[in-house]
Structures are given as structure tokens and as C-alpha cells.
Ligand binder design. Structure first.
Ligand code: FE2
Ligand code: FE2
Length: 196
């Protein structure tokens, strides 16, 4: 019982944070049934050591918070908390689909930048990779089952949150007058940024 209480509290906390898109809800992953048409391997990059990995994002944002606390500490730490929830849910889905959790992370590719501006540019690139990765998983799901619907809902939620992260990081770059760092990404940014 204790675990459920703590889980519920943690969920409530993370969901009210402005770093998660509260207009898109998580599906009930507990009820997910095994569906052989949905391969757990499709989700592995989210749990490994590449740019689109949730685990990598957690490490990156928590360390950036330590390095550039004054400028972007609250922002990256808040986003990092949401990434923890993403990791937990993707991991649960992989287990329900009878996959295995990938081996320990190789953090050699961890990039933190030399200052807050560089950290934001790196973060923006990784959020874009992550959105594109989840979109590619969406396209693979052809199954019409209830499980497929649940997973598609989870992917919608993940993409909504990552899009919000992209927007928050970009707005911070604008505020710091450092958008020249993402000049080369302009067309991609226009596609993914839903600026008010
Ligand atoms: Fe994430
Ligand atoms: Fe993110």
C-alpha cells in the first residue's frame, strides 16, 4: 500500500509541474496486455545511451542543473524529473511486451556544453531527436488491439512532453539572446515548436 501512495504522490507532483504537458494524459499502463505485433525492441533506444534516450536525458539535465544552476538550474531539473517518469513508463511497457531492459548505460556520449547556452542547444537537439524517435515508433504500430491504443496514447503523451521541453528550452535561449546556436536547425524547429 505504501508504494501506491508514494507513486500517486510522485505522479501528482510531476504532473503539476509546468514541465509536463497536462493537456495530454498518460494511458493506464498497468492494464497493458502482451501484443506480439508490437515489438519491445522498438522502444530500446529510449532506454539506451543515444541522444533520444530517456536515461541519457535524466543524466544530462541533472548534471547541467549542477553546472549551470543560476541560469538554467530549475528549468533543466524540472524537465529531468519528467524524463524520469518517461523512463519508468517506457521501461514498464517494455516489460509488459516481454522485452528485456537494455544493459547499463555507456555515458561516454554525455554532452554538457561549456556554458548554459551550449547546454540548451545540446538539449534542444536531443529533444528533437527524441520526438523524431517516438514518431518513428508510432509509424511502426499497425496493430488495432487495445494494447496498441494504450501504447499510441503513451507515445502521444511522450511527444507532447518532449515538445513542451523543446519550447521551454527555446524560449530560454531567446531570453538569453543566444538563438544563433540553433540557426542551422531553423526549419526543424519551426516544424516542432508550437510557439504561442
Ligand atoms: Fe523524455
Ligand atoms: Fe524531454
Amino acid at each position: 500500500m505504501m508504494k501506491n501512495y508514494v507513486d500517486a504522490m510522485a505522479d501528482a507532483l510531476v504532473d503539476v509541474l509546468k514541465y509536463s504537458d497536462s493537456s495530454v494524459e498518460w494511458p493506464d499502463i498497468d492494464d497493458l496486455q502482451y501484443d506480439e505485433a508490437i515489438k519491445p525492441e522498438w522502444f530500446y533506444p529510449a532506454l539506451q545511451s543515444e541522444g533520444e534516450s530517456e536515461l541519457m536525458a535524466i543524466l544530462q539535465y541533472t548534471q547541467m542543473a549542477g553546472l549551470y544552476d543560476e541560469e538554467i538550474g530549475d528549468l533543466v531539473l524540472g524537465v529531468g524529473l519528467v524524463e524520469m517518469k518517461h523512463f519508468a513508463n517506457v521501461r514498464d511497457v517494455v516489460i509488459k511486451l516481454k522485452g528485456t531492459i537494455p544493459q547499463p548505460l555507456n555515458t561516454k556520449k554525455l554532452e554538457l556544453g561549456k556554458n548554459a547556452g551550449e547546454a540548451l542547444v545540446i538539449s534542444i537537439k536531443n529533444e528533437i531527436l527524441t520526438i523524431q524517435f517516438y514518431e518513428s515508433v508510432q509509424e511502426k504500430i499497425a496493430s488495432q488491439s487495445k494494447s496498441a491504443k494504450t501504447i499510441l496514447q503513451m507515445l502521444d503523451k511522450l511527444i507532447a512532453d518532449e515538445s513542451l521541453h523543446l519550447k521551454l528550452f527555446y524560449q530560454q535561449l531567446v531570453k538569453m539572446k543566444l538563438t544563433q546556436g540553433v540557426e542551422s536547425l531553423k526549419s526543424t524547429l519551426t516544424r516542432y515548436l508550437k510557439l504561442d
